[in-house]
Each structure stands twice: as C-alpha cells, then as structure tokens.
Design a protein around this ligand. Structure first.
Ligand SMILES: [Zn+2]
Ligand SMILES: [Zn+2]
Length: 124
C-alpha cells in the first residue's frame, strides 16, 4: 500500500503532497514497466530475459527536482538479480532526477532547507 506524504518547508512554507511507495498493481513486473517510457521498458525486458520470475523492488520515491524546482514522485525499479536500478524522469518537466536514499530527508527545491515530512493517508 502506498503512502500519501506531505512535505513542508519550514522556511518558505511551500507544501507538496505526493504519493510514494507502491500500489497493489505493482506486484507484477509487467505493470511496473508501464510506469517507464518505452526505451526504458526495452532495457528492463532485456535485463530480465530468461528469468522465470524476476525479483524486483519497485516504489515511487520523493525527489526534489532541480530542474523545475518542484517536489515530485518518480518511479524507481531495482532488479534484484542484476542489481540494476531504473529511475523514471520527473513527471513535471521530464528532467533527470536523482532519487535520495530511501527515507532520507529531501531539501526544499526553492531554499535548500530540509523539508518536514508527514504521512497524511494511503493510496491504493
Ligand atoms: Zn523553502
Ligand atoms: Zn522537474
């Protein structure tokens, strides 16, 4: 079950509410692949070729996008057999985003101060 997470900047008071974690449908790799663009899907398919039931870890992670200066959720897939990591692009601007380590704090994209985090509900 995914979590609705609210990020608030203690300085500029800007607030973001985004969905992180994963939903029910993301238990199947085929569905997870739908969260990625076509060229990434091809790479994932090549990566798992020959594997009967590839093991993976998928979730949406919060990222402070340095391009559009927004806090967004991007899809992150780790294939456990190859150890490869596939990271989606920023849904707002399509820019490359660098996910922080899981549950590590993220900084306000406007003033760089660490954001306060609060879980406000669940999705899926
Ligand atoms: Zn701020
Ligand atoms: Zn962006």
């Amino acid at each position: 079950m995914g979590v609705i997470r609210q990020f608030q900047c203690p300085s500029c008071k800007e607030t973001w509410e985004i969905c992180v974690g994963h939903g029910m449908k993301h238990g199947v790799l085929g569905r997870v692949m739908g969260e990625f663009p076509e060229n990434t899907r091809q790479k994932i398919a090549e990566d798992v070729q020959g594997g009967d039931l590839p093991l993976f870890h998928f979730q949406y992670q919060a990222v402070s996008c340095g391009h559009c200066r927004d806090v967004v959720a991007i899809p992150v897939l780790r294939l456990l057999d190859s150890g490869r990591l596939y990271v989606g692009k920023c849904p707002e601007c399509g820019g490359e985003a660098e996910p922080a380590a899981e549950d590590s704090p993220i900084a306000c994209p406007k003033c760089g101060i660490l954001l306060d985090v609060r879980d406000t509900g669940h999705w899926d």
